[in-house]
Write a protein that binds this ligand. Structure first.
Ligand code: ZN
Ligand code: ZN
Length: 674
């Protein structure tokens, strides 16, 4: 770390996960990109040497299948995706030094090199497996190229690995009536030879590696340790051709599995950047070169990054990652982001639908206000987004900025007066700088935002307490001191927040006629003309944010309606039904009804009356003390003038009469049923 002058700048290579070329950039990708970008921008601001590398992950069956469906070549599909991805990231000011592609010559060379080294170290073995083969298309069929009937729910037209209706996962050989996705013919089973990496030979190394201080967060280290304890399986790295990817040297028609060459894209993209910038890739990736390799990833891909990737690197004598920052998933207004459920919000959609010119930066700020270096899921809540932005950026920092600069314009002839600042505030800023630098180092962005908010509040309180609007009439020098102090405080805040909201800070930079580096937080300004005062933040209105969230809501409702049309309800819909175990404490026949009984039940400590149509099956006296399942959150109804607050579950017996559903053994009254 070198925030105070960068005498010995550190060297960093920083990456975020490579987005898959078969889809749009969505807000989940952006959460990670923002987290990474803030880390990178902080270190650049502090004078460290940082290279920020990313690329599209372009290989594999889904890409091939998508291209096939659209009638284009995979190369065309990935070229379009890359252009779209670059545009979307740029819209949120993600400052990659390079955004490359895994479908490059550099990547092919490195994939072959890594493979040859694994082979040299006797880590590669071969095994024959049974796989579907289409005699008509003359090819082995990957899981996604086989369709058939789901072995579980019997839905037709499901893929060979997963049912999109019931989410069951299975082997392609379990599919009922499989056929080839391309020609529709029935495939046959054939033997195919595949290549495997024997990870178990590397167990000692992996144990030592994941225990190096700082490499993994505690939650992730424990997670990875469980896999090691369970024993590592052989990892299949080959796929049968045709496959969109790199051919494996020395094989007839085998290709590297996409997860083999995807992380290697980190190295090949670095090499491309080095070539374009007169640098050498060894500076970053040679063993013990001193550069810190920092990966930002989501918790869903920790398996690949903490097990396969270090094994690939160490066997080729490459630099090992210094640290993984692993984040959780992004939910939107409490719902999991899911394409099929329509809760997905794409980056492009946000950029187009939210018209406020600072909207992308507001999302950066909001994400930062939620991010800590752990894998907890994060909820994007539209109301909270609105409140955080307006409270901290507009009403706190924006207000301090506005009142200070307008005052200087009016009373000090558009300049910062020539007096000294309040030393006590300058000292607070010096101390805060060290604290905030530590937060950025550890990617504790939530703490950065909270600290900056506190400094804004401190400034506003200082301004309010000093009453410069009164001082200007009685003590001009004192009024000038308040202004000089506030201007320097705003400058410090603009420095501190620059990695998160670079454009907002640029407004302050333009006014002061300077470009900040980290050390510019130090109080230094007096006796200086001011540029044009730009408004720092325009508050965001609910109506401006609404379209993007409303669209997601509509899509979600449509998805639910679609499910219901097909006889499905979502898990969430099911979870809304609250069921508990109840004990029947009294039962009576209902007058004028042959079917109904009036029951009093005890659900835990609560008592309720339920009218139930079970009189044909049970004499009332047989029911006392019986445990039954009750739906407790039904809207109460009136039956034969009696209130019924719930429903007792019963099955239809062989004779058509109801049979009560009871727990298989005695449980606590009030126990939840799910
Ligand atoms: Zn199914
Ligand atoms: Zn076929």
């Amino acid at each position: 770390m070198s925030p105070d002058g960068a005498v010995n700048p550190e060297k960093y290579l920083v990456t975020c996960a490579l987005p898959y070329a078969n889809g749009d950039i969505h807000l989940g990708h952006l959460l990670e990109a923002v987290q990474t970008d803030c880390f990178v921008r902080y270190h650049k601001l502090a004078g460290d040497q940082v290279t920020f590398v990313c690329a599209d992950d372009t290989h594999g069956t889904p890409i091939e299948l998508s291209a096939l469906k659209r009638g284009i070549l995979p190369e065309m599909l990935i070229a379009q995706a890359r252009a779209d991805h670059i545009r979307d990231y740029a819209g949120f000011n993600i400052g990659f030094d390079i955004f490359y592609s895994t479908n490059s010559n550099e990547n092919k060379n490195y994939a072959e090199l890594v493979y040859e080294n694994l082979k040299k170290n006797n880590l590669i073995s071969e095994k024959e497996i049974n796989q579907y083969y289409c005699g008509y298309d003359k090819r082995f069929l990957p899981d996604r190229f086989i369709t058939g009937t789901c072995p579980r729910c019997k839905s037709e037209n499901q893929y060979g690995d997963v049912c999109e209706k019931c989410n069951a996962t299975y082997e392609p050989t379990e599919l009922i009536e499989p056929h080839c996705f391309i020609c529709g013919n029935k495939p046959e089973l054939r033997q195919s030879k595949h290549l495997y990496v024997d990870l178990s030979q590397c167990e000692q190394f992996l144990r030592e590696y994941i225990n190096r201080p700082g490499v993994l967060q505690d939650d992730m280290r424990n997670f990875v340790k469980t896999w090691l304890d369970e024993g590592l399986k052989h990892w299949c790295i080959s796929r049968d051709g045709p496959y969109f990817g790199f051919k494996i040297p020395g094989t007839e028609d085998k290709y590297f599995y996409v997860w083999m060459d995807a992380p290697i894209g980190y190295i090949s993209s670095t090499e491309k950047w080095c070539r374009d910038n007169g640098r050498r890739v060894e500076e970053f990736w040679a063993k013990d070169c001193g550069t810190k390799v920092i990966h930002f990833i989501g918790k869903d891909i920790i398996y690949f990054h903490a097990l396969f990737w270090p094994v690939m690197l160490v066997n080729s004598k490459f630099n090992l990652p210094t640290k993984f920052f692993v984040h959780g998933f992004l939910n939107v207004n409490g719902e999991k982001m899911s394409k099929s459920r329509g809760t997905f919000i794409c980056a492009k959609e946000y950029l187009e639908k939210v018209k406020h010119p600072q909207a992308p930066e507001f999302m950066r700020f909001y994400f930062a206000s939620k991010l800590m270096p752990n894998s907890s899921d994060i909820d994007l809540n539209s109301n909270e987004l609105l409140n955080r932005v307006n409270t901290t950026l507009a009403n706190n920092i924006g207000n301090l900025h506005h009142r200070t600069f307008v005052f200087c314009e009016r009373y000090f002839d558009k300049s910062i007066p020539d007096v000294n600042w309040d030393e006590s505030i300058a000292t607070i800023i010096d101390e805060s700088a060290r604290e905030i630098a530590g937060y950025y180092e550890r990617s504790e962005l939530k703490n950065v935002v909270e600290k900056i908010h506190l400094l804004g509040s401190l400034g506003n309180k200082y301004y309010q307490d000093c009453k410069p609007w009164e001082l200007i009439k009685t003590d001009q020098v004192k009024a000038a001191e308040v202004m000089v102090t506030c201007v320097n405080l705003i400058k410090a805040i603009a420095v501190f927040i620059k990695p998160i909201t670079p454009e907002l800070s640029a407004r302050v930079e333009r006014q002061l006629g300077m470009t900040f580096s980290w050390k510019d937080y130090v109080f230094s300004l007096k006796n200086k003309p001011l540029g044009t005062v730009e408004k720092l933040v325009k508050p965001i209105e609910e109506e401006e944010l609404a379209p993007v969230f409303a669209a997601a809501q509509v899509r979600q409702e449509e998805a639910v309606a679609e499910d219901e049309k097909e006889g499905f309800i979502s898990l969430d819909a099911f979870k809304k039904v609250e069921m508990k175990i109840a004990k029947i404490i009294s039962a009576q026949r209902v007058e004028k009804s042959s079917k109904l009984l009036k029951l009093q039940v005890e659900i835990g400590k609560e008592k309720r009356q339920i009218v139930s149509g079970i009189a044909m099956s049970y004499p009332p006296e047989d029911l006392i003390g019986k445990q039954v399942v009750v739906v407790i959150n039904l809207k109460p109804v009136s039956l034969f003038g009696l209130i019924s607050e719930g429903m007792v579950l019963a099955a239809q017996g062989a004779d058509g009469k109801p049979v009560l559903v009871s727990p298989e053994k005695l449980v606590h009254s009030g126990a939840k049923v799910s």
